[in-house]
Design a protein around this ligand. Structure first.
Ligand code: AMP
Ligand code: ZN
Length: 478
């Protein structure tokens, strides 16, 4: 059986059939760049990253586009507060996005379009809508006439009556219909603006994504992704704008990631309960953060608490220890020795099959990761036996390669984590001893000794991280 994806458009799990055989076009709504991104945002970016990696693992050629919303009320307000221009502020956070996402192991998209680089395309779409009577102007603002698109509400399953009550808050009497949404906002003092056929102003948020997706991926795309809060109105409006002009299905599969929560509430900037990725990275490895974020299926809410990331630290340590122990056998994996009778070869093959089954069923990373750790447990038990014969070594090499292959899809393994040519068990034991000695120094308030231990370890490429649940260490690499 092939890949199946839960499609928010059909409310069911659909078989995945791309528009063009062997190729996938994918658009993910990217960050609004007025601040650093938090681990809630990261969950949504990571889900898109893993979908892309898994599609590639399956042999598809993927074109992946993720935009930057670089003009928006929040950006303008923050820029005015800081006395800088909106573009200075957004450039700062675009740079920060690239830094943090690289550290977190999120691969850059093939294209990262910025809304402000697409003003002519946006204006052109709006003009076409005005010409067709789908959009209208009031005092320099342009609105979309919602009743012109009969399918409006198909993504969010909302009826016009529901939309009406939702839109009553802050009703704008100048609109023909309270449900109409803005495509273009007339210029206001202290706001950036661009000239357009209706004077001067700036685009609305929804039209930006329609314009960037169409420009970089064409009028019909395979997969459109984003956080669950974007399903309505953002994605509903993207469909309305694009399909009313092209007459084509804008996106065939709509994928929405559930929220990362903290204390039962959505993690969000407005809720003031967020943890920036760059802060989480001070205490935890990227692999541990990713491990935590993929530990639940993307459509289930995921709860963050004080121990979440340290539990993932331990799990990653367990995985790395296993990989480091069997890594030396990896070169044997391609040897002629037959391992078909080996329990480890069978377990590795079973892991690969089950990993793929789990990922094929709507990217179930939770189940997929369970399969990885099942094999890790099996290998660790196997390694306790006293004597390994050549067949075992070859089988362990095969297990190693299978594990690396799938860990790369989830991004929970990085070569930097492993100590080159190390006897990892011994290194682990020695590091435990060093950390104990340092902890004793700290208890005695002998800060000079504690700092000396940390600094000397740093010099040899080992970083210590003090976390609420104890001190972790990581090999930084060269
Ligand atoms: P923003 O920068 O606010 O435009 O958000 C960027 C992406 O992060 C969007 O796809 C949001 O839906 C998503 N997002 C925001 N908060 C969370 C959260 N707590 N959990 C998962 N995704 C989120
Ligand atoms: Zn968007």
């Amino acid at each position: 059986m092939g890949l199946r994806i839960y499609n928010s458009l059909t409310n069911q799990i659909d078989e995945f059939i791309p528009i063009e055989d062997g190729k996938v076009s994918m658009y993910n709504c990217g960050p609004t760049v007025y601040d650093y991104f938090h681990i809630g945002n990261a969950r949504t970016f990571l889900v898109a990253d893993i979908i892309r990696r898994y599609l590639e693992y399956k042999g598809y050629q993927v074109k992946f586009v993720q935009n930057f919303t670089d003009i928006d009320d929040k950006i303008i307000n923050r820029a005015n507060e800081e006395g800088v221009s909106a573009s200075q502020l957004s450039s700062r956070y675009i740079e920060a996005y690239f830094e943090d996402s690289e550290k977190l192991g999120i691969r850059p998209a093939d294209v990262h379009p910025k809304a402000t680089d697409h003003i002519p395309e946006i204006i052109q779409l709006i003009e076409r809508m005005v010409d067709k009577g789908i959009a209208y102007e009031v005092d320099g603002d342009i609105y979309y006439r919602i009743h012109k698109f009969l399918d409006y509400g198909k993504l969010s399953n909302r009826k016009p009556e529901d939309l009406l009550s939702g839109a009553r808050v802050g009703i704008d009497k100048r609109k023909e219909n309270p449900r109409d949404f803005d495509l273009w906002k007339n210029v206001k003092p202290n706001e950036p603006s661009w000239s357009c056929p209706w004077g001067c102003g700036r685009p609305g948020w929804h039209i930006e994504c329609s314009a960037m997706a169409i420009k970089h991926l064409g009028e019909s795309i395979d997969i459109h992704a984003g956080g669950q809060d974007l399903q309505f109105p953002h994605h509903e409006n993207e469909i309305a704008q694009s399909e009313v002009l092209t007459g084509k299905t804008f996106a065939r599969y709509w994928v929405h990631t559930a929220f990362l929560r903290i204390g039962g509430n959505r993690m969000g900037k407005s809720e003031q309960n967020f943890i920036f990725v760059r802060d989480a990275l001070k205490d935890h490895s990227a692999e541990a953060i990713r491990h935590f974020l993929v530990s639940a299926h993307y459509r289930s809410p995921l709860d963050y608490n004080a121990t979440s990331l340290s539990d993932s630290d331990s799990a990653i340590r367990r995985l790395n220890n296993c990989l480091e122990r069997i890594g030396p056998y990896s070169e044997l994996a391609d040897s002629e020795v037959s391992t078909s009778d080996s329990e480890i070869t069978r377990a590795a093959a079973e892991m690969l099959t089950n990993f793929e089954l789990a990922m094929d069923e709507d990217f179930n990373t939770a189940l997929a990761m369970g399969e990885i750790y099942k094999l890790v447990g099996h290998v660790n038990r196997f390694l306790t036996q006293e004597k390994l014969i050549q067949v075992d070594r070859v089988a362990l090499g095969i297990a190693y390669q299978s594990l690396i292959k799938v860990c790369m899809v989830l991004g929970i393994y990085s070569e930097l984590e492993s100590i080159p040519n190390g006897n990892t068990q011994l290194v682990d034991q020695l590091m435990e001893l060093v950390i104990d000695i340092r902890n004793d120094s700290r208890l005695r308030k002998d800060w000079v000794m504690a700092d000396k231990v940390r600094d000397r370890l740093h010099e040899v490429g080992i970083e210590l991280r003090d976390t609420p649940s104890g001190t972790n260490w990581e090999w930084r690499g060269d």
